[in-house]
Design a protein around this ligand. Structure first.
Ligand code: NAP
Length: 262
């Protein structure tokens, strides 16, 4: 995509200045060179961003696939990608980012001070049975934020399937433009994430805090959604009344926690 105009659904007046410097576009790092990582890389390169991307190992393992699928992206090891990027998107399996053995699987030091966009989900077929990643009291992005206490985590790009991400982008203002829910705790970081969502070709829809991001997770109505921005917003708003919302409310009532009301 190129020449994507600011989103109609998220007027810049509704958010404070983004946490990233205005002017030249930030460099985007993507950890994970699979289905989602390569699609996001392609979309952002199409909007003029410099994109760095890594897989789990040496760049030579992904150089060919990146040449073919994402011409223009630069490969590196994850630590280099994280160090050189202004914003880093996590597009690897959640269970790999948060391994059971506690090993450091993503470069925490290089992510320090940065905006980290969490596109990951707990998916037991991939991640295995992991109650620690599927705790009803804690959104998985909160676990990522705990892992990266010196980074600023925003959830985005997680609920839409990669085919829809690939095929959905249209310029801002196009009727029915697809919406992507984003959740986070700092307005300026949400504004920065919203710009990226817009640049990728979707309308950003703020759905709440990182704690609220359970409404974007598997099990929620929004998970898998390829909806217009208005429908994403309406679906987020009715979350507390859905089966999953009511189930979480019942569980959380026992702990005095709250169910998000977008
Ligand atoms: N598939 C979708 O439609 C979709 C949509 C939205 C969000 N998501 C989420 O996005 C994440 C990735 O899904 P996917 O479908 O793209 O998976 P995928 O196709 O299996 O790709 C995963 C990528 O992550 C890499 N990786 C593994 N461990 C890593 C590490 N420690 N550091 C850096 N990269 C590492 C893998 O590299 P190796 O091959 O070298 O192991 C691979 O390139 C998941 O959390 C998923 O829930 C998926």
């Amino acid at each position: 995509m190129s020449n994507v105009q600011p989103s109609a659904s998220l007027p810049s007046a509704s958010l404070p200045a983004a946490s990233l410097p205005a002017g030249s576009l930030p460099t985007i790092g993507i950890l994970g060179a699979g289905k989602v990582g390569t699609v996001l890389a392609r979309l952002l390169i199409g909007s003029g961003y410099r994109v760095l991307i890594s897989g789990s190992g040496a760049p030579s393992k992904i150089d060919l696939i990146i040449d073919v699928l994402v011409p223009g992206a630069t490969t590196g090891i994850s630590a280099e990608v994280a160090a050189q990027a202004d914003v880093v998107i996590l597009a690897l399996p959640l269970g790999k980012a948060l391994p059971l053995d506690g090993r450091e699987a993503i470069p925490r030091d290089e992510l320090r001070g940065k905006l980290v966009i969490d596109a990951m989900n707990f998916w037991w077929e991939i991640d295995g049975v992991r109650d620690d990643l599927n705790d009803p009291f804690t959104a998985s992005s909160e676990l990522v934020q705990e892992l990266l206490p010196d980074s600023r985590v925003v959830k985005a790009f997680n609920h839409m399937g990669y085919h829809d991400l690939d095929e959905g982008p249209v310029p801002a203002g196009t009727p029915g433009r697809r919406g992507i829910g984003i959740a986070g705790d700092e307005d300026a970081d949400l504004a920065s994430a919203a710009k990226l969502v817009d640049a990728a070709g979707f309308d950003p829809v703020l759905v709440g805090t990182l704690h609220d991001s359970v409404l974007l997770q598997p099990g929620s109505e929004l998970f898998g959604a390829n909806f217009s921005a208005d429908d994403v917003r309406a679906t987020a708003e009715r979350f507390p009344t859905t089966e999953r919302g009511l189930e979480l409310e019942a569980l959380r009532a026992t702990r005095g926690s709250t169910v998000p009301a977008a």
